[in-house]
Design a protein around this ligand. Sequence first.
Ligand code: AVI
Length: 321
Amino acid sequence: MFRSLRKLQDLEPSVADFRDEVIEGLTSVPKTLPCKFFYDTEGSILFDRICEVPAYYLTRTECAILARHAPDIAEFAGPGARLVEFGSGAGIKVRRLLNALSDPSAYVPIDISRTHLLRAAEALAEDFPNLPIMPVCADYTRSFTIPWQQNKKAGRLVGFFPGSTIGNFMPSEMQDFFRRSARLLGPGSLMIVGVDLPKDKNILEAAYDDREGATAAFNLNLLRRANRELYMNFNVSAFKHEAQWNAAASRVEMYLVSLVRQSVKLNGYRFDFLPGEKIHTENSYKYTISDFIRLVKAAGYEKIAAWTDEDDLFSVHVLRV
Ligand code: AVI
């Protein structure tokens, strides 16, 4: 139907992966659940809602930085750039880059949520009918390859990892991601990364516990997903969302807190919760520019440029392999 949309490379994690990680997380002390499982179709829609709430400053601030510096990025990238986006989601931010780049020759959106990825790729194919779009459904914390096709226009490879999603990795996992992406993209390629900056506790906690309840719904959807896909019996209304700034670790921590004593089952397992007991569901690390550069240098990248907004809320970096 869409001439420019290529066949999906489907490496979506299986339900068995989800089950194994839920068992591992709920038998750990303290209990955890991995944040990458937030993003099923419902979770991806809820995340798009978070991006619109006033307290969640990250999206609009990053978009403004990208809009201001799109011409600089286009100059660094050169003609015929091939753009590879990690965690492409709704594919909003990339439009700005694609419009600014000089004759981009391919776009590879990578996302863990297949339905969301395909919807976004179709919408993009409609608006960019001459741009080959090669969607990959994958967990980008694992290794994979991109099946490039012959393309005479092919220019520099440019990775794009917006939204401060790197903050959802532990610092050592973040470095692993950069090492793997450097291998995937190859020497001379660029990486454009959005990184949220440390700031006042009240601003951070409001961003991760908005008045509209968007983040609470997003966090609780993890339990709903486990009920839907693994036939678990979480009583979702017996848990509440919590977000806390941990200044010593420079990260916002998200939890689901059990309101009562309760038990939940999965296959032969039973997970018991005391009142007040927490499941740790996400970390969102905030890096100063110098700390971030130090970590990515050790992972094989060099700094080309870094920009922030006037209020120093967020940063966008251009790195080179
Ligand atoms: C995707 N990621 C960068 C978001 C963040 O800010 O850490 C996920 C999120 N969690 C709660 N709100 C948004």
